[in-house]
Ligand binder design. Structure first.
Ligand code: SAM
Length: 323
């Protein structure tokens, strides 16, 4: 994805106001088609924008469960869903099935699941979380700051050049992955990498001059790759894609928004290859020009929707939201 840096050049404070705009929100509501009494799950509640929009439609008889790995994001979500029928859960979405059972929602009882993958603009703006190459902060990058998992700084200090190069190439499609990894390993004993500013500068110095000054900061791809690595993002996605058909009721829908091809490809193939899905969006749904004009982050968003196949019904017509 191309992260949206905080606008205006002003230094972000530790906890600036929520800046995240939910992407494709009308399309998500249209495709998930919540009804009075629906049970829905938002696997990535973030600041709660989608969660609240869905909860407003399920009425008092319905229920929305919102998951997030990030406690600070759940605080924002809590404010956004006040007064609505929402339970918020601090857990990865890959734990959805077990955690729903703990709330009395059995597998096969859910009418719709949303995943809006990746990073929130709020997390990016919070320099203490270490996601942004535009604002200097500690090189952390864990979605779950309570977890014991290694931080980005720890991974950079301990990994071999081969492993780092592989991650930069596979998760960031970084052309100069080997050169950057080698430079990290050569310099880290004398100068441990502990801040986002240090890493961004090191990466920029590895990129040849004429490529260094393009529209996208040369550090973008390495930062994306490290974030994916630190948070095992693709493992969590694979785990939930395997479980979703069991979590959903027959006729229930999964709507997944991804921001880069590594995620989108996985979603596309999981929907196509599992006979329990009927794919509703032949091509991914993308944002309108109006939306991208006010929310540049929406430019790379791709929404795919599939319906849990039910033997009792005919396969729904592709590309039609529920009537
Ligand atoms: C793009 S934001 C979601 C924004 C949200 N839809 C809204 O309207 O504000 C993605 C969120 O997913 C969370 N997240 C990332 N990986 C996760 C995982 N495996 N399980 C649960 N939450 C995750 C991040 O902490 C972040 O808050």
């Amino acid at each position: 994805m191309s992260p949206e840096e905080p606008a205006g050049g002003a230094e972000p404070e530790r906890r600036p106001r929520a800046v995240h705009r939910p992407v494709l929100i009308d399309e998500v509501v249209e495709w998930l088609a919540p009804r009075e009494g629906s049970i829905l799950v938002d696997g990535t509640s973030g600041a709660g924008g989608h969660t609240a929009a869905l909860a407003r439609r399920v009425g008092a008889a319905g229920r929305v469960v919102g998951f997030d790995r990030d406690r600070e994001m759940l605080e924002l979500a809590r404010a956004a869903v006040a007064g609505l029928p929402v339970d918020l859960v601090h857990a990865p979405y890959s734990a959805m099935r077990r955690r729903l059972a703990g709330l009395g929602i059995e597998a096969g009882a859910v009418d719709g699941v949303l995943l809006d993958l990746g990073l929130s603009s709020d997390q990016l703006a919070w320099r203490h979380r270490g996601f942004s190459f535009g604002a200097d902060g500690p090189l952390d990058m864990r979605f779950d700051a309570d977890s014991e998992g290694p931080t980005a700084a720890e991974l950079l200090a301990e990994s071999s050049a081969e492993d780092l190069a592989k991650a930069f190439f596979e998760f960031g499609e970084e052309r100069f992955s080997r050169r950057i990894a080698r430079r990290i390993v050569e310099t880290r004993d004398a100068e441990p990498l502990t801040t986002t500013g240090q890493l961004a500068e090191l990466v920029r110095r590895c990129i040849p001059g004429k490529l260094r000054h393009g529209p996208i900061d040369p550090a973008t791809r390495v930062f994306q790759a490290l974030r994916i690595l630190v948070n095992d993002e693709l493992e969590h996605l694979d785990a939930i894609l395997a479980e979703l058909p069991e979590i959903l009721a027959p006729g229930g829908r999964a709507a997944i928004i991804s921001f880069h091809s590594l995620e989108d490809r996985r979603v596309k193939w999981a929907f196509r290859n599992d006979p329990r899905w009927a794919v509703l969006t032949k091509k991914p749904v993308t944002a309108t020009a109006e939306e991208t004009a006010v929310n540049p982050r929406a430019r790379s968003a791709k929404l795919r929707v599939a319906e849990r196949w039910s033997n009792q019904e005919a396969i729904p017509t592709p590309t039609s939201p529920r009537p």
